[in-house]
Design a protein around this ligand. Structure first.
Ligand SMILES: [Zn+2]
Length: 222
């Protein structure tokens, strides 16, 4: 085992909690590698074979890719990234989706001899998550995305170009509710598991982007 352990950061939280925004800030400041399960599945679905085609079908319907398949794709990618991760650490977004996946992931970390695992939960309420996903806006002119959070709730026009803002619906309310129910049923047991291992750090996701980021940096100093 090398003396210097890379940081492995797992970011969890309900849809709309700001995981992606915080991950981008961390990558910019520290050069972390980034592994997004969503990106990985989209990438894999472009391969023309049975799993590629089936992934496209499942994802188009908004369904979940089963754990053995998801995990195989995920762990193959980890193997390919091993040297880079050793140098710069890793941010994991979108996994684990359940308690079994959290346990499998722990097994992988042990295999690669990574022991500096930080789990960060960006905590927002179910109602906030729903509002953020249904009320966020986009600039008609430049495409800049305005999140439904803090100061941004008040702005009337694009803070980049002054363009008109329109509400952006990525998903139907039913689809959002389904995602939030899935979180309660499947993701929360994984969070409990990390809590039992004392590697869970809960951060108030209601705060501003900058405050949340500062709280994450505090976790790194622990
Ligand atoms: Zn704009």
């Amino acid at each position: 085992m090398s003396n210097k352990q890379p940081k492995i950061v797992i970011i969890l939280g309900r849809s709309g909690c700001g995981k992606g925004t915080q991950a981008k800030l961390l990558i910019k400041d520290f050069g972390f590698n980034y592994l997004s399960s969503g990106d990985l599945l989209r990438e894999r679905s472009n391969k023309i074979d049975f799993s590629g085609k089936k992934l496209k079908q499942v994802m188009n319907k908004g369904g979940l890719v089963s754990t053995p398949i998801m995990f195989r794709i995920w762990s193959e990618k980890i193997e390919k990234m091993k040297n880079k991760i050793d140098k710069k650490g890793l941010i994991i977004d979108g996994s684990p989706r359940s308690l079994p996946e959290a346990k499998l992931m722990n097994g992988v970390f042990e295999w690669y001899e990574w022991s500096d695992i930080k789990v960060i939960l960006l905590d927002i309420s179910e109602q906030d998550a729903f509002d953020r996903l249904t009320k966020r806006r986009i600039c008609k002119k430049c495409g800049h995305l305005i999140p439904w959070v803090g100061y941004f709730k008040k702005i009337k026009e694009c803070d980049k170009c002054g363009g008109e803002l329109i509400t952006r619906f990525d998903d139907k309310p039913e689809a959002i509710k389904a995602r939030l129910n899935f979180y309660k049923k499947d993701v929360e047991p994984a969070i409990e598991y990390y809590k039992e291992q004392s590697i869970l750090n809960v951060i108030n996701g209601d705060n501003s982007i900058e405050e949340v980021y500062q709280d994450i940096l505090k976790v790194f100093k622990k």
